[in-house]
Design a protein around this ligand. Structure first.
Ligand SMILES: Cc1cc2nc3c(=O)[nH]c(=O)nc-3n(C[C@H](O)[C@H](O)[C@H](O)COP(=O)(O)O)c2cc1C
Length: 378
């Protein structure tokens, strides 16, 4: 009976309709957004990640991993995973395998934090690397990032190669593809945005020059594993970590044009501008529309979505898929809850980034506790 209700309800819900993303047959539009969880001790993914990701895996659902480092200099937070060593690749394998056994599609988000780091996270206590030697302005959070070292022009090729090798490693670990983290003020954005990039070589100045590094990364990864399994996350409108651009629409449009040069480039995942609160409700201002219109592949929108807004943007063809961060973190069975229009668990911000292998991670309750162990949810 409950199953019947769920099926009937699903038919009318845009978020619960199937979608073909390249070669992948998705059964619904609710994507697990990348979420850093700081539980990969020593930068090695742990067996408890099997529980975390399989809890959120559904048959035909798309999951993106937490941001995963491309090299020893890529780290800036405690216990975030990497995928640049063989040990890390081997540690990802059982996690990916378990997610696949539940029928989900699994992409690895790969990143380099650049100057969002301190000497303590860097090999031999060196300075973090960036497009610039400008330090991030300390804010009220109490975190002070170290003064970075500006990469020399001739060093950039090596970082591009780190991304390329990492993408290959992700495929070796069994992932269906990679999501390049080109958002939120990390290394790729430190080049893209004119508020951070103050270079005078061919990687600075004009929009084309500022995007040269990320375009080289995209091209190298596409050549390595094929455009059909590459996506990218971009946030042209955000200003995280002192990374702001004077013309975000031009930046986003230029990047979409670069993606379109690869005929089968899989997806563009964009983060909405910060939300305004209108009459007590968060209001998404749908600033991504120009990019959605220009991009030839699958378009994923993220940032502040709830069930109602997600359904609306899918129905309006503003996005093909919607990625959910905090709601999916707190509701491992989020697609089912959306299908049933069930109430949601509230997230607990204080446990987002703790080290505990269970608390705030795999202990959020399911609607139906039997789902905790069940192998499928169609
Ligand atoms: C705990 C936490 C960790 C996050 N880690 C990442 C990350 O690793 N990579 C990334 O691109 N975004 C990360 N984000 C941003 C989310 O993917 C998402 O864009 C953001 O939470 C807004 O979406 P929401 O309103 O659905 O939560 C993180 C957000 C949270 C709350």
């Amino acid at each position: 009976m409950a199953h019947q209700t769920e099926k009937d309800a699903t038919a009318a819900i845009p978020l619960m309709t199937p979608y073909k993303m390249g070669q992948f047959e998705l059964s619904h539009r609710v994507v697990l957004a990348p979420l850093t969880r700081n539980r990969s001790y020593g930068n090695v993914p742990q067996p408890h990640a099997v529980v975390y990701y399989t809890q959120r895996a559904t048959r035909g659902g798309l999951l993106v991993t937490e941001a995963t480092g491309v090299s020893a200099t890529a780290q800036g937070y405690p216990d975030t995973p990497g995928i640049w060593t063989q040990e890390q690749v081997e540690a990802w394998k059982p996690i990916v395998d378990a997610v696949h056994r539940k029928g989900a599609i699994f992409f690895c988000q790969i990143w380099h934090v650049g100057r969002v780091s301190t000497n303590d996270y860097q090999p031999d206590g060196q300075a973090p690397i960036s497009s610039t030697d400008k330090q991030i302005t300390p804010d009220d959070s109490g975190v002070v990032y170290s003064k970075p070292r500006r990469l020399r022009t001739d060093e950039i090729r090596q970082i591009v190669d780190d991304f390329r090798r990492t993408a290959r490693n992700a495929i070796e670990a069994g992932f269906d593809g990679v999501e390049i983290h080109g958002a939120h003020g990390y290394l790729l954005e430190q080049f893209m945005k004119d508020g951070a990039n103050d270079r005078t070589d061919q990687y600075g100045g004009s929009l084309e020059n500022r995007c040269r590094f990320v375009v080289e990364v995209i091209d190298a990864i596409v050549a390595e594993i094929g455009a059909h399994r590459v996506g990218i996350r971009l946030s042209p409108f955000l200003d995280f970590m002192d990374c702001v651009d004077s013309d975000p629409v031009a930046l986003g449009s230029y990047m979409v044009q670069q993606l379109n040069k690869h005929p089968k480039f899989l997806y563009c995942h964009m983060v909405e501008p910060r939300m305004a609160v209108v009459e007590g409700r968060r209001k998404i201002n749908h600033g991504l529309l120009p990019f959605r219109k220009q991009f030839n592949g699958t378009f994923i929108a993220a940032g502040g979505y709830d069930r109602e807004e997600g359904n609306k943007v899918v129905a309006d063809d503003y996005a093909d898929l919607v990625a959910y961060g905090r709601l999916f973190l707190a509701n491992p069975d989020l697609p089912k809850r959306f299908a049933l229009n069930a109430s949601l668990n509230k997230y607990n911000r204080s446990t987002f980034y703790i080290k505990d292998p269970v608390v705030g991670y795999t202990d959020y309750p399911f609607l139906d506790e039997n789902d905790k162990d069940s192998a499928t949810y169609a």
